[in-house]
Design a protein around this ligand. Sequence first.
Ligand code: C5P
Length: 230
Amino acid sequence: SKLWLIVPAAGIGQRMRAECPKQYLRINNRFILDITLSRLLDTGRFTGCMVPLNASDHWWPESDANNDNRIQTCSGGAERADSVLSALHALKEQVAADDWVLVHDAARPCVHPADLANLVSTLAEHPVGGLLAAPVADTLKRADSGGLPEVAETVDRNQLWRALTPQMFRYSMLVSALETALQESQPVTDESSAMEFSGNMPVLVEGRPDNIKITVPADLDLAGFILSRF
Ligand code: C5P
C-alpha cells in the first residue's frame, strides 16, 4: 500500500510563550516545520503530504514548505485530533481505504530516517499499525492531589513507554477511530489513543529517545544539538 504523511501544524504553542507558534521558531535559521517536513519527505517514501494549518497562521507563506509541490495544506481544528481528522478528510479523493497514513508532529524535527524505515518495515503486514515509542528511563511516581504533592506510589516502569511520532495506521480505520473517539469525548492526545478506544491495539516500535517534541524554550537548543549530530 501507499504511504501518506500528515503533519499537524495548527497548534498555537501556548506552552512555549513565544511570539509565534513553536513550529515557526527557528533552528539554524530554518522553521522547525520546514526541518521536520524535509527530513521526512526527502526519504522519498511518501505519495503525498497534507499539513493542517491554523486559520490565523500568517507564517506559512514564509516557509520553504509553501513552495514545495509535494505538500498540500488544509485548515486545522480546535484540538490536534480535529486537525488530523480534517487532513484525513482533505486526502479522501486521493487515497485507498487500506493505504497507510503516517501522522507526525510538526514539533518533532529530530525524527531519524532510520526510525521511519524501521517503523514502516516492521508494520508493513500488520492489520492495525503502530507508533514509534521509547521505553521510560526514569523511576515514575504517582502523586496525590495535595497542594505540595506527596508520592502516592511508585509505578512499575517496566511496561511503560513514551509515545512518539510518526504513528502509522490504515486510512479508513484511523478515520473511523478518530470520529468515534471525538464523538464520545474521549481524550485523544495521539492517534494511537483513538485506535485503542476502538479496540484495535497498535504495535509499539522502539525508536530513538532523541526524537523529542519541542515543548519548552530549552528544547530548542537541545534539538539544535541533536540535529548537529546526524
Ligand atoms: O501542543 P502539542 O505539543 O500537543 O502539539 C502537537 C502537534 O499538534 C503540533 O505539531 C501542533 O501544531 C499540532 N496541533 C494541531 N492542531 C491543534 C493543536 C495542535 O495541529 N489544534
